[in-house]
Design a protein around this ligand. Structure first.
Ligand code: 3NM
Ligand code: MG
Length: 526
């Protein structure tokens, strides 16, 4: 083989499809343009033509690739790979076994295997494959699929079983979802993709070079800084709790000054109180649920809250999140009672496949369910208390897995971005005695995250950053606000029980100041 195996770059893997090339465009020109745009490896895939034609097309494609210093892989056909001196082969689950292909091919040949399940990737690793192609991650028109679409979370599971093998995802990947694909496709052990494989996005394009360049930039940017979708280059140093508290408290002034629109899809138990909490903080609520209006709303809103307490319009939730990611608005996801029913687990999975949450907020039972923890059994909406031997590590691990901020609320609240973990111990016990205080917490966090996003005035934050501001600061701000308000409300003369506590809580959010937030804060770095 022309390219040494160890130096192969899987960042942008083009799989060919001659039949997809648009009328008036030439296949070889498309491949060459794509390579110039940044394709790092090509697989020639011909499902319909005779062997003679396959060899002729593969030979010419190889010349283009090698002229540009990148490897060429042949789909399925060992004979064609041998005939043209390809750098390797790509094998499907029903193609020749890896060991036989290995014995027939020259030493140093690259062998890739298509994988759809953790079992496939485990076997590919045992068989000594060099890389795996995991798919289909999204729906695709290019190939008649014989296995289910697995979504980004499914890719994460397949990655987990093939730990040492390089992996790309394939199936329906476009410039629009590549960022989501990379961010979402991560195993619990933190293994990520080496790159993405595309067919139609490049082959069917009339501007293959531009499309390839765009894809490459996103993949490359992501690989340089896999968690960068959360990172503000001007971010607050997170090395002292006082820094964090001060930065979080100052966001309240931004909220009051800019009055961001907070788009909330929430459950019908709490719509009214959540909207009032938003107004009390100085922001504007809009409680819209129809999918058809999400695109327009995402243009004008400052943040999105998706709380699926009474799971209504899932289409609206899916579309709202997609639009929020596209317009770089923070998304707070509140997976109410996610562990309680299979339906909720399925919908949570579907939502998290479709978009990248900025903050996931839940009580111990919900966070435990998302983390697949057996330590805490979900009991519907009622949290069972902290419940974890080491809550800080659990929250941090989930933040790493989901690549977002995770907030676990309870008598003590934990917040982590996967690196920094903060513990907040203020708040009043009455919060746990009224309905919807957790939902209001989601609202407060979304409001503070909107302010943090506004604070960052970077014009073009690059294709891989999904939000602009410092979201851990936003999350801490939202928690501090509700906790401090509860403490002030609980000691008021006019509060005689849970019924009078709720309006008092709204009053105290209304009367909140940055100074009060700072003075009530009990924040520690874990
Ligand atoms: N293999 P597009 S999906 C060739 O799931 C191929 O293994 C798949 O084409 C798998 O980028 C696929 O146009 C087609 O969606 C991908
Ligand atoms: Mg095959």
């Amino acid at each position: 083989p022309f390219i040494p195996k160890h130096s192969v770059d899987y960042s942008l893997y083009l799989v060919t499809g001659r039949d997809l090339v648009p009328p008036g465009h030439d296949y070889y020109h498309t491949v060459e343009e794509a390579v110039k745009g940044g394709v790092t490896i090509v697989q020639i895939r011909e499902k319909k033509c005779d062997t003679g034609e396959f060899i002729a097309v593969a030979q010419k494609t190889k010349e283009i690739c090698h002229r540009h210093g990148i490897p060429i892989i042949v789909n399925d056909r060992i004979d064609v790979a041998l005939a043209i001196g390809a750098d390797g082969v790509h094998l499907g689950q029903t193609d020749m076994p890896v060991s036989i292909a290995r014995s027939l091919l020259p030493e140093g040949s690259i062998i890739g295997v298509s994988c759809n399940t953790p079992g496939h990737s485990q076997k590919a690793r045992e068989d000594g494959a060099d890389y795996i192609g995991i798919g289909a991650v999204w729906g695709t028109q290019t190939k008649q699929l014989t296995e289910p679409i697995i979504g980004v979370r499914g890719v994460g599971e397949v990655l987990d079983s093939g730990v040492e093998i390089k992996a790309v995802a394939i199936g329906g990947i476009t410039t629009g979802n590549v960022s989501r694909t990379l961010h979402g496709s991560v195993s619990v052990h933190g293994k990520a993709l080496e790159g993405v494989a595309v067919v139609s996005e490049i082959m069917a394009s009339t501007t293959p070079q531009q499309v390839a360049r765009r894809l490459f930039e996103i993949v490359h940017g992501y690989k340089l800084a896999p968690r960068k979708h959360l990172q503000n280059p001007f971010r607050t140093p997170l090395d002292s709790s006082q820094n964090i508290v001060n930065a979080a408290a100052s966001l309240l002034s931004i909220i009051r000054k800019s009055s961001p629109l907070i788009h909330q899809i929430t459950n019908n138990v709490v719509v009214n109180q959540s909207a009032n909490a938003t107004l009390a903080l100085g922001a504007s609520p809009i409680m819209a649920t129809a999918a058809a209006e999400m695109q327009d709303l995402s243009q004008v809103s400052g943040a999105l809250l998706v709380n699926f307490g009474t799971i209504g319009d899932v289409e609206g939730m899916l579309e709202a999140g997609r639009c929020a990611n596209a317009t770089r608005k923070p998304i707070v996801f509140d997976p109410v009672a996610v562990g309680a029913t299979q339906h909720r687990r399925t919908i949570a999975n579907e939502l998290m496949n479709a978009w990248q949450a900025t903050v996931i907020k839940g009580n111990a039972a919900e966070i435990g369910a998302l983390a697949d923890s057996t330590e805490v059994q979900s009991r519907g909406v009622d949290s069972v208390g902290e419940g974890f031997a080491d809550p800080a590590s659990m929250v941090k691990a989930l933040a790493r897995k989901e690549r977002c901020i995770v907030v676990m609320s309870g008598p003590v609240d934990y917040v982590s971005d996967g690196e920094t973990t903060v513990k907040l111990s203020n708040g009043h016990e009455l919060l746990g005695r009224i309905t919807g205080s957790g939902c209001m917490l989601g609202t407060c966090i979304a409001t503070f995250c909107a302010a943090s996003n506004l604070l960052d005035t970077t014009d073009d934050p690059g294709p891989f950053r999904l939000v602009k501001g410092d979201m851990i600061i936003g999350a801490v701000g939202g928690i501090l606000a509700l906790n401090a308000a509860s403490e002030y409300a609980a000691v008021r003369q006019d509060v005689r029980g849970t019924g009078t506590f709720l309006p008092a809580l709204i009053d105290e959010l209304y009367g909140m100041t940055p100074e009060k937030l700072v003075s009530n804060a009990k924040v520690e770095l874990c």
